[in-house]
Design a protein. Structure first.
Length: 291
């Protein structure tokens, strides 16, 4: 069918609107990059509005030369990787029985898990449990608390229920057991929901510093967020303790440090997202319409 003049105008208007929306969304990120590499004094004077003013890598240099910075980056990658694997494994193993019709206790367990979405034990009881398990100042203190949540279980269960049960039955007829059905049929068909929960979990571990504040005592085991927090806290404290002239210089560096910390923490997640985007979008849509 031939495109009419009205269709062309509509398409142009939509393209202009989308370009405008993209510009609004990209502007903050470009501004943060410009602020992080601009001259700190120009940043403090408010001269940077879009493009960098001058060039300075003092903020990044200060972060990279901070003790344990490189080590903390590796720690964060380790915590995010191990934590994501544990979360996906526990969630899939928990949600699969709840999606099977023949499982008799699924109604009780569904209610049981739903209750945990409304009632939380609290920080102190959680800390006491972690301490009683003897995992304070270990990897497990960073990845086990919160590894299994009712929200993730319900998302997985809803997705599993959308897979035709005839696939289960045909596999059982061929002699497969529940483990074989889960790993050979269900999980290969569940890439969208796996990618969705994996991205959520990676971001949660990547941005987490409170668990480290509670459970870690050794600086060598700190994640990236704890190191950045200590850098910013130390810089702000230095501002308060310095004289008037030193305060101006230190404040300019502090502002650049804040912007550089945002880039350092968000860049890895931005690099990961394009590889799982198609699965992520599909998983979010399915999780939003399944009950």
């Amino acid at each position: 069918m031939k495109e009419t003049r009205g269709d062309k105008i509509f398409r142009i208007v939509i393209a202009i609107i989308l370009l405008f929306v993209n510009a609004i969304m990209l502007y903050p990120f470009i501004l943060i990059i410009s602020l992080s590499i601009s001259d700190p004094e120009a940043v403090l004077r408010g001269e940077v509005t879009f493009l960098p003013k001058g060039f300075s890598g003092r903020a990044y240099e200060k972060m990279i030369t901070t003790p344990n910075f490189v080590k903390s980056y590796g720690n964060t990658i380790l915590y995010a990787t191990v934590g994501t694997i544990i979360t996906l494994a526990l969630t899939a193993l928990t949600a699969f029985p709840l999606s099977v019709t023949k499982f008799r206790s699924k109604k009780f367990l569904n209610v049981y898990y739903m209750i945990t979405m409304f009632f939380y034990g609290g920080m102190i009881p959680t800390f006491l449990v972690v301490r009683s398990l003897g995992i304070i100042d270990t990897l497990w203190a960073m990845v086990l608390p919160g590894a299994l949540t009712a929200y993730n279980i319900m998302i997985f269960r809803s997705f599993f229920q959308g897979i035709p049960e005839s696939l289960h039955e045909s596999a059982y007829i061929d002699g497969a057991n529940d483990w074989r059905v889960l790993f050979s049929i269900i999980l290969p068909l569940s890439k969208p929901v796996i990618a969705t929960i994996a991205l959520f979990t990676i971001v949660r571990h990547w941005n987490s510093f409170f668990n480290a504040l509670l459970y870690l005592n050794t600086p060598d085991k700190y994640p990236l967020q704890m190191i950045l927090r200590n850098i910013l806290t130390g810089a702000e404290q230095l501002n308060k303790d310095s004289g008037a002239f030193e305060t101006l210089a230190q404040s300019s560096v502090t502002e650049s440090l804040k912007d550089a910390s945002i880039i350092i923490t968000t860049l890895p997640v931005i690099c990961i997202y394009p590889f799982i985007q198609r699965y992520f979008v599909k998983g979010v849509m399915i999780g939003s319409v399944k009950g």
